[in-house]
Ligand binder design. Structure first.
Ligand code: FPP
Ligand code: MG
Length: 293
């Protein structure tokens, strides 16, 4: 919404500047350009537009499982000349908001890419430490969030969790324990996650069963592999959203996205708005209508 509002604000500003050329309307034009009235008009229009889109998407079949590659925290920070750490913090806050929006749409499965195995290799220890702090904080906040309990949201983390420091693993254990009896919604955080690594781990489990004589070679099929993935307890994503302009999958849920719709948006993750989420779902629905299941 911020992006649209800024764009609309810029349009009003330039209209007002143009009006300023004519002396007779200089005063009202100055008032419009600097007024909170103009901003509230724009934000009201944005809200109405978002609510209309919500009504529209509620009339059609919603995706059952949305997966998000939350990208662009650092670019968000750099473009505002704020610390990288603050960009990630805003990203964490955004995730909590997006969870609310997804729950409000009654979408049962949400999974997010919060840290890749690649990130662990590439990022500085300082950045990783601040990210680990954020995951710990964010997961603990979620574990105490009444909404999680009222809506019966089960929360789980998947990935090579042994690569994570103890504080993060404790926060994961805590939230998984506190939400283990819930099944209305399932929220999956992919941490120290890599799609290829997940497939390798699944193949190892299958090979182990085969070597023990528990399954024959013929019994190894796509269903068998799926059942050994970290995500065995959730359906494949219907819609994958990636923010911040990159049009790549970057080792996220490689096996599971075979038939998913992909939606790329230019907004950085911390700026991702409700309107952006609804637009992604709207585009998913129109593609499904066009091409069928
Ligand atoms: C990608 O942006 C983002 C990350 C690597 C971290 C994402 C983490 C959060 C949103 C917090 C999640 C919190 C919980 C509780 C799971 P980037 O750093 O790659 O930014 P860039 O693409 O601009 O460089
Ligand atoms: Mg990135």
């Amino acid at each position: 919404m911020g992006r649209t509002r800024r764009a609309a604000g810029r349009r009003i500003d330039s209209l007002a500047k143009w009006l300023l050329k004519f002396r007779i309307i200089a005063i009202p034009a100055r008032i419009i350009a600097g007024s909170s009235l103009a901003w509230s008009l724009v934000s009201r229009t944005d809200r109405i537009r978002t609510n209309r889109l919500k009504d529209k998407i509620l009339k059609d079949t919603r995706p059952e499982h949305i997966s998000i590659i939350m990208d662009g925290n650092r670019r968000f920070a750099w473009s505002r000349e704020i610390e990288t750490k603050v960009g990630h913090e805003r990203g964490k806050e955004k995730l909590k908001q997006v969870m609310d929006w997804v729950l409000d749409l009654n979408i049962q499965y949400l999974s997010v890419y919060a840290l890749s195995t690649e990130n662990i290799k590439e990022r500085s220890q300082e950045e990783l430490n601040s990210l680990y702090e954020l995951y710990t904080e964010g997961l603990n906040e979620m574990a105490n969030d009444p909404k999680i309990h009222n809506m019966k949201v089960k929360v789980q983390a998947v990935g090579r969790l042994e690569m994570l420091p103890e504080n993060v693993r404790n926060a994961i254990k805590n939230i998984e324990e506190k939400t283990s009896s819930y099944s209305d919604f399932l929220f999956t955080v992919c941490l120290a996650y890599g799609g290829r690594e997940e497939i390798v781990d699944a193949v190892r489990k299958v090979a182990d069963e085969h070597s023990k004589g528990e399954i024959t070679l013929e019994e190894i099929d796509t269903k068998k592999i799926s059942s050994k993935l970290y995500t065995a307890n959730l359906p494949d994503p219907d819609l994958v959203i990636r923010t911040s302009g990159e049009e790549r999958i970057s080792n996220f849920l490689l096996w599971q996205i075979a038939y998913s719709e992909l939606h790329f948006t230019d907004v950085h993750w911390p700026s991702f708005s409700k309107q952006d989420l609804y637009e992604a779902i709207d585009s998913y629905q129109s593609r499904r209508r066009r091409y069928g299941e």
